[in-house]
Design a protein around this ligand. Structure first.
Ligand SMILES: NC(=O)c1ccc[n+]([C@@H]2O[C@H](COP(=O)([O-])OP(=O)(O)OC[C@H]3O[C@@H](n4cnc5c(N)ncnc54)[C@H](O)[C@@H]3O)[C@@H](O)[C@H]2O)c1
Length: 414
């Protein structure tokens, strides 16, 4: 059997997966799609320079029609399920970038497409695979801190300086109109993956948008918080968004019945405290965990980008260990839908809402037509604006987007 033929949809972030696949023993990139020709050509050149023959497409329909075993979705963050469903139904495996889906109706459709087709769906929530977060998962499963009581996940990334390069001056780019709680899986995901616990309730909070982002065309709260209750009663605070701190803050902490562990906020180490001989008596350990596999060190996002592509290819080949490590469709939905529900909570005065368990068929009908979200084209009649009512929705003139576009083309920071 020859190598698996992988198509990459979206040639910006998709370049990461293209790089990861250049020297893969079992898979190769055979097709790339992006409507933006310069990115498409740059991706094609990278593949060609590595000796690969790759078909390039500007239109998704042409890409879809070509011969591929699997597709990496690195297109717009709110359009992953929309494309994943037809790709799965055409008999291909899917690895999806973040986020999983735009709304709960899409979550149901995605799960059912995976169940019907039996194809591999893997969620590329790479933050689960840092040396630190992967170690937290290993230690949690080994029982080092007992049962989870409370956790925090934090993804603080002020994108103001790169806004022109990631929104291109497009008024309706998803980054300009996603609500504050949409991008929740980098902060919540690693806690769920480490513990294997399911979210059952969520309440949300929205940080007020400030002038420095309005000037760049963003139309939503600057950060979001989800307060999530897990199935065992543990509580997680998930916070993400644009606050002032360099480098950005990617941090996790977990408190259990017998100890705690947390990433160091500045130096990349992991701290573990284990209770030993009695209440409040224990030992503190601080170290930089090593990666579980060779090949990760030096790859993007602190080595985590290696694992998502690696597990995807290995899962397609039937490697059961890889499947256990990867994030499947149910976990992907668990990581994502608290963000959508948290936004309803914000609009509804902060009441906590139930997070459905969409593994259960009987829980699906209630959400099958639930298109509530802030992306008009996916929401239809359930559309809500991306800033909750308590803040004034900024009205942003075309001149703002023209200026951002100018900066993008000139390579200037925001
Ligand atoms: N996991 C991570 O660490 C990480 C980091 C960066 C981005 N991302 C994710 O990667 C995805 C892509 O983000 P990005 O930063 O590349 O920016 P983006 O969302 O602007 O890029 C999407 C790319 O897909 C192309 N595209 C979108 N729809 C298309 C269509 N219908 N036909 C042809 N081409 C189309 C666009 O031209 C663009 O180049 C997003 O989902 C984002 O959340 C994840």
């Amino acid at each position: 059997m020859g190598k698996l033929k992988i198509g990459v949809f979206g040639a910006h972030r998709g370049m990461t997966m293209i790089h990861q696949l250049l020297n893969n023993p079992d898979a190769e990139v055979t097709a790339i799609c992006d409507k933006y020709r310069p990115s498409l050509d740059a991706a094609g050149k990278t593949a060609e320079d590595a000796g690969l023959k790759v078909a390039l497409f500007e239109r998704f329909d042409d890409f879809f029609a070509c011969d591929m075993d699997a597709v990496v979705l690195a297109n717009y963050a709110h359009e992953h399920a929309k494309f994943a469903v037809p790709i799965l139904k055409s008999g291909r495996h899917v690895m999806s970038e973040v986020l999983t889906c735009a709304n709960l109706a899409e979550a149901v459709a995605l799960i059912e497409a995976v169940e019907e087709t039996g194809k591999i769906y893997q969620y590329a929530e790479n933050y689960c695979f840092f040396n630190t977060t992967a170690e937290m998962r290993r230690l949690y499963k080994a029982g080092d801190i007992g049962e989870l009581m409370y956790a925090e996940g934090e993804y603080i990334h002020d994108c103001a300086s790169i806004w022109p390069q990631i929104t291109y001056g497009e008024r309706d780019h998803w980054r300009n109109r996603d609500c504050a709680t949409f991008y929740c899986t980098h902060s919540l995901g690693p806690i769920l993956h480490a513990t294997g616990l399911r979210p059952i309730r969520v309440a949300g909070l929205e940080g007020q948008e400030k002038e420095f982002m309005i000037k760049l065309g963003a139309r939503a709260g600057s950060f979001g918080i989800e307060m999530v209750t897990l199935e065992n009663g543990a509580i997680v605070k998930s916070i993400h968004g644009g606050l002032k701190r360099e480098p950005g803050s990617i941090n996790y902490e977990m408190y259990g019945t017998r100890g705690s562990m947390e990433t160091d906020r500045w130096d990349g180490n992991l701290h573990v405290w284990r209770e030993t001989t009695g209440n409040c008596v224990g030992e503190h350990e601080k170290y930089a965990p090593s990666f579980s596999l060779d090949g990760a060190a030096g790859t993007g996002h602190g080595g985590s980008d290696f694992f998502t592509t690696h597990y995807f290819v290995r899962s397609i080949l039937g490697d059961e260990d890889a499947k256990k490590e990867a994030v499947d469709v149910y976990e992907a939905v668990d990581m994502c839908i608290p963000g959508n529900l948290a936004y309803r909570s914000i609009i509804g005065d902060g009441h906590a809402l139930e997070v459905p368990n969409l593994r259960l068929k009987e829980e699906r009908d209630k959400y099958r037509n639930d298109t509530f979200c802030c992306f008009e084209e996916a929401a239809g009649e359930m559309y809500v604006s991306s800033t909750a009512a308590q803040w004034e929705q900024p009205v942003i003139g075309d001149e703002v987007y023209e200026e951002v576009r100018r900066k993008w083309l000139a390579g200037e920071p925001g």
